[in-house]
Ligand binder design. Structure first.
Ligand code: XMP
Length: 508
């Protein structure tokens, strides 16, 4: 496996993605990770980029224990600069011309790291500092017009550094460069596949759980469905799944999803209608974070109640993903909470269940692949993400059954039109928000004073950044027309043309 030490770059996760695409397992740890705590020694180490200058007082330093492992090392951007700075303090300085964006890399040595890479190719730069004195033990293997030192190699050891970012798609041969490092230099053939993951994870779950029982809350999303299927394969009906109707689901969602769970996946699932409890607790609540908290806590109460009779439940299975885990160990310290996603952070202590999180080392697309191999139907795997608090955070301001019903109808029209027009899979997520704004309209010869629905559709790779989807105008016209004509209480439709950042995907 490959150890990635994180110096705080926004691209660190992309390095992990590139390595894993080669079917090689990797983990991201903070730059100052105590390497003696690693269970297995890695076969290679990658040092990420970072936002600091190596000369800053609070700059993250190089953990020199990495040299004791005698495995290949690749420094990327800050990772390269910290290697140079470690050999000669002061060898890195602020560049006169900062370099952001595309640059042409000229390869000076087309062996090992740059094997089969063309002499000239486009790479992606993003740095304010550069190396002015290259330590003697290194030699240059690539340069650009602006950067004499764009890529280096240690003269004796397998230590490499690149000033550009091979992990981003804009570096045209980035994938091949990472592959050269991982396959040829670190000698990792790539045996970490969805199949091998399933096999070993099932074993681990069996060992851990023994004869105890596991509870799993299903959400209708891919993550919890994959988790439940894995646990079910491991321990059969010692698993009990629960799918809660919180009154905040989409139209027909409760029945449809329950059907897939029961009929297609044969999961031991209990459907619980708790919609009245949820809606009564949400009555009169305007604040989005308060809504999230109430919804999260009510889920726990419903789970608690469901297993209160049976003391053999010792575990709760959750679909925590790797990005949630990395964020929480990042050295950057607590970042501002924009939205608290309630399924992250676990359950209240008093529930007294240990967590089973079998996909906590996977990225979303890896979970999808595992899901495919587990036989989860494709239409289910490719569903848009849907937030845990559901339509509760899409009725802006206070929630009532009437508003939810309007929103459900409007949402159903938007989503089914996307499907009918082959647009559903062209967007990453699509949703309707019911605004607390009423406005004047005219229908027939009558004045109306009704609500506004905002349509939102975004393109994205991971939900961290997103752009609004440029849906065809005739399509938007049709959806607007249908919503206004068919949904009582809505007389105006708007299309949200904000990107994330600075907006977010959901409105609350
Ligand atoms: P934002 O609105 O933060 O959304 O740009 C990014 C992604 O996260 C989903 N989301 C949530 N998921 N609980 C969840 O499980 C939440 O409270 C929550 N809030 C937002 C959102 O739908 C999008 O896919």
């Amino acid at each position: 496996w490959i150890l990635i030490l994180d110096f705080g770059s926004q691209y660190t996760q992309l390095i992990a993605r590139r390595v894993r695409e080669l079917n090689v397992y990797c983990e991201i740890h903070p730059f100052n990770k105590d390497l003696s705590t690693l269970e297995n020694p890695p076969k290679g180490i990658i040092l990420s980029g970072g936002p600091k200058s190596v000369n800053d007082e609070d700059a993250p330093s190089l953990n020199t224990d990495i040299f004791n492992h005698n495995v290949p090392i690749l420094g990327v951007c800050y990772g390269l600069q910290i290697l140079a700075h470690n050999s000669i303090p002061g060898s890195v300085e602020k560049a006169e011309r900062r370099e952001f964006g595309r640059a042409e890399l000229i390869v000076d040595d087309r062996s090992d790291l740059f094997e089969n890479i063309p002499q000239e190719s486009i790479v992606w730069m993003s740095h304010g500092d550069h190396i002015i004195t290259l330590p003697d033990e290194f030699e240059i293997i690539g340069h650009t017009d602006n950067a004499k030192v764009a890529a280096v190699r240690h003269k004796e050891k397998e230590i490499y550094g690149v000033q550009f970012h091979p992990e981003v798609v804009h570096t045209v041969y980035g994938k091949e460069i990472v592959e050269n490092f991982v396959r040829n230099i670190c000698n990792l053939p790539g045996s970490w596949t969805a199949e091998s993951f399933i096999e070993s994870t099932i074993e681990e779950i069996r060992d851990r759980v023994g004869d105890d029982r596991v509870l799993c809350g299903l959400s209708g999303g891919v993550d919890s469905t994959v988790v439940a299927t894995l646990v079910h394969k491991a321990i059969g009906d010692q698993l009990q799944c629960i799918f809660v109707d919180n009154g905040l689901l989409r139209k027909n969602e409760f029945r449809d999803v329950l059907d897939v769970y029961e009929k297609d996946l044969n999961l031991p699932v209990k459907g619980i209608d708790a919609s009245e409890l949820f809606l009564s607790r949400l009555k009169g609540i305007f604040d989005p974070e308060e809504k999230r908290k109430i919804i999260g806590n009510t889920f726990i109460d419903v789970f608690d109640e469901a297993i209160s009779e049976d003391k053999s439940f010792k575990y709760l299975a959750q679909g925590t993903l790797y990005p949630d885990v990395i964020e929480s160990i990042s050295f950057k310290g607590p970042s501002a909470t924009i939205k608290s996603h309630h399924n992250v952070g676990g359950l209240p202590e008093e529930m007294n269940l240990d967590l089973v999180e079998p996909v906590r080392e996977l990225f979303k697309d890896e979970v999808r692949n595992v899901g495919r191999k587990l036989g989860i139907p494709e239409h289910f795997i490719k569903r848009h993400p849907f937030p845990g608090p559901g339509l509760g955070i899409r009725v802006i301001s206070d929630i009532t059954k009437k508003k939810l019903d309007m929103l459900r109808e409007a949402d159903d029209i938007f989503i089914s039109e996307l499907r009918n027009n082959d647009l559903y899979h062209k967007v990453w997520q699509a949703l309707v928000v019911l605004l607390p704004v009423q406005s004047v309209g005219v229908m027939g010869d009558e004045r109306t004073y009704e609500y506004t629905a905002a349509l939102r559709a975004v393109t994205s790779v991971d939900g961290m950044t997103a752009d609004w989807a440029h849906l065809p105008h005739p399509f938007l016209a049709k959806v607007s027309n249908r919503i206004i004509n068919e949904v009582r209480g809505i007389n105006r439709v708007a299309y949200d043309i904000s990107s994330k950042p600075p907006s977010t995907i959901e409105w609350e």
